[in-house]
Design a binder for this molecule. Structure first.
Ligand SMILES: [Zn+2]
Length: 325
């Protein structure tokens, strides 16, 4: 124990470790190592002003950034059966849940809301990495289904901001069953002729990448996000080879055609709004592969390929509450 451990908490908060960037006065940027004044970081929506590193952002702030005037309505999510396997590792699963609910104020890792984006009705979901690593369990499956139903009911596009360590091991096989369940939820939205857009944020991994997070009509990624099924360390240990620079990061995946666009947080709303309008119009007209303009010169975004609308989608032209022009 050094004398450093006796510093009062008020002073300790000034030098918080980099992973806990919530309420200290200064935050060390994981990208460039510079100390950033928390107020500047908040003003830039958790993007480093020096190196443009995108730090984690909470669901409330994410939703406020997306919806017009920062106004949205939370969707009531059904509560699944709690801990059917009576799972226990170092702690009981029920205790872990309680702790995370207290910490985040959420019932589970996914939050869903609806509101308008540039006047168009939209349903959006945000995965909270602080809630057990954004892990996919039964709660998340229920949330996905509920949000998809709401989107269909409101004739609104569905946007998911993914961030996850993968399936929730405390729910065993039941968590893996959420992969087909969430896929069905996505299919429901697509069959109704409504756009489904995924925004992959740091990190999106495991079973989430293997299900709903890769099924978007357009898959967008935030800069520098880790997006993978198995992590780089696991792969290196398995194949016993050094992986290339930037492997499994957004820009690498854009180059390899795994994601369609890399969009900065500052340009996210404009880009999503444009995409929604293009996709809705496309499905109405049944036109194929329209070009989408980049959000701004600062955001070199590109679209590799937009999926052609399905025959059923062509038949049922979506009617959004406000016409998209
Ligand atoms: Zn930085």
């Amino acid at each position: 124990m050094s004398w450093l451990s006796n510093i009062p908490p008020g002073i300790k908060n000034i030098f918080k470790p980099k992973d806990d960037n919530s309420d200290g006065l200064w935050t060390k940027c994981p990208g460039c190592g510079e100390m950033i004044f928390q107020r500047d970081l908040d003003a830039a929506h958790q993007v480093c002003p020096s190196c443009d590193h995108h730090l984690a952002i909470g669901p409330a702030e994410r939703l406020a950034l997306l919806f017009d005037n920062g106004e949205f309505e939370d969707i009531d999510l059904p509560e699944p059966v709690t801990d059917p396997l009576k799972f226990r590792d170092e702690k009981k699963y029920v205790d872990r849940l309680k702790e995370n609910r207290r910490k985040t104020g959420q019932q589970d890792a996914m939050r869903a809301a609806h509101g308008t984006v540039d006047g168009v009705n939209v349903v959006a979901m945000v995965q909270n990495f602080r809630f057990m690593g954004g892990s996919m369990g039964m709660g998340l499956g229920e949330a996905m289904l509920k949000a998809a139903e709401t989107a269909v009911e409101k004739r609104a596009p569905l946007i998911v901001f993914a961030a996850s360590g993968g399936a929730r091991m405390q729910e065993g096989i039941l968590s893996l069953m959420q992969m087909p369940r969430t896929t069905i939820a996505v299919q429901m939205v697509k069959e109704a002729g409504l756009p489904y857009i995924v925004v992959l944020t740091n990190p999106t991994t495991g079973g989430v990448t293997a299900s709903y997070a890769m099924l978007g009509d357009v898959n967008i990624a935030e800069p520098g996000a880790l997006i993978c099924f198995a992590g780089p360390r696991v792969i290196e240990q398995t194949i016993r080879e050094k992986l290339p620079e930037g492997f499994q990061r957004s820009e690498f995946l854009l180059e390899k055609g795994m994601v369609d666009m890399v969009v900065r947080r500052a340009d996210m709303k404009t880009t999503l709004s444009k995409l929604i309008r293009v996709l809705v119009k496309e499905r109405r007209q049944g036109a194929a592969t329209p070009a989408v303009a980049t959000a701004s010169p600062a955001a070199p975004a590109k679209i590799a390929k937009l999926p052609k609308p399905k025959t059923q989608a062509q038949k049922e032209a979506p009617k959004l509450d406000k016409a998209a022009e």
